[in-house]
Design a protein around this ligand. Structure first.
Ligand code: SF4
Ligand code: ZN
Length: 295
């Protein structure tokens, strides 16, 4: 029974990778997996490593230490899990330490901007992490960044943006992101895009992957929690229909977004690709530095 599940799970992930050409074409076939210490990114890295030869690509892992919690806190436990996973699976690991690089933890950055900007924890963290991922992936000469986003995450996000009345917010989503084409922009891919969370949990347990199963203590977005609770009243087929319906519309939405969006610029502060002359991450850092808490 378990063998059958494992085979079917792996076959479906491989199908997604091939159908959506997630491993890319040509020379830049190095994929960096953004590891969080959780089951989703560990499963992503494990399967990409397993399929690497068949797909003709090389795999590396990147862990961003955000310093959430104290010395034995959440980030530290995740780091230890990622180290164990990478050494057990012979995947080279690169660690980016936010404290070493910027002088403060993500919680400190958040506390400096949150009240004024009224942004959710994950919104701030997401901007900072995306910036780091893109920059570090380029340093590692990666053609792709793989993340562990799953069917539940995607169905929730689509529904949340629909409830907000702005499905266009999702336009950069899909199994492979990308309305932005730029030499400095590394495409993000989601090999588990169509895989339900409960199946990923089952797979990671069956394969005994060393992961942290607890949720990030900062993930307290009440809107997402409410959407998740609502969606969990339905089965995986419903979540799949939401995602399929959205991906069917995606080419049209992307065409519209491309026609309406301004050309990519380079942030005058950090040089990274941006929609305005200063990128979102640098705007946050600047706000934090101007804030009294920081001074
Ligand atoms: S759950 Fe939210 S706060 Fe926690 S690491 Fe992820 S994006 Fe950051
Ligand atoms: Zn910038």
């Amino acid at each position: 029974m378990e063998d059958r599940f494992i085979k079917s799970f792996e076959a479906r992930v491989l199908k997604t990778i091939k159908r959506h050409q997630l491993a890319g074409k040509g020379k830049s076939r190095r994929i960096v997996v953004a590891m969080s210490g959780g089951k989703d990114s560990a499963t992503t890295a494990y399967l990409l490593r397993k399929f690497a030869k068949r797909l003709g690509c090389k795999i590396a892992a990147l862990y961003i230490n955000l310093h959430i919690g104290n010395k034995e806190g959440y980030s530290e436990r995740c780091l230890q899990a990622v180290k164990k996973f990478c050494s057990g699976n012979k995947i080279p690991l690169h660690v980016y330490d936010i404290k070493q690089e910027t002088g403060c933890s993500i919680c400190y950055i958040r506390s400096g901007v949150q009240q004024k900007l009224k942004l959710k924890n994950c919104a701030i963290c997401g901007v900072v992490k995306k910036w780091i991922l893109n920059k570090e992936a380029r340093k590692l000469k990666a053609g792709r960044i793989a993340t562990g986003h799953n069917l539940d995450d995607e169905a929730q996000t689509i529904l949340m943006n629909f409830f907000k009345g702005n499905l266009m917010l999702n336009v950069n989503s899909g199994p492979a992101t990308g309305i932005i084409e730029d030499r400095k922009f590394v495409q993000r891919i989601k090999p588990l895009y169509f895989m339900p969370e409960d199946e990923i949990r089952q797979y990671s347990m069956a394969m005994k992957l060393p992961v942290v199963y607890e949720k990030c203590p900062c993930a307290i977005d009440s809107y997402r929690i409410a959407t998740r609770r609502f969606l969990n009243k339905f089965n995986n087929n419903t979540k799949r229909r939401i995602v399929d319906n959205f991906t069917g519309m995606l080419p049209l939405l992307r065409e519209r977004a491309k026609a309406e969006s301004s050309p990519v610029q380079y942030c005058k502060s950090c040089g990274e690709p941006a929609r305005n002359n200063v990128c979102k991450r640098c705007m946050l850092i600047k706000r934090m530095q101007n804030n009294k808490i920081y001074k």
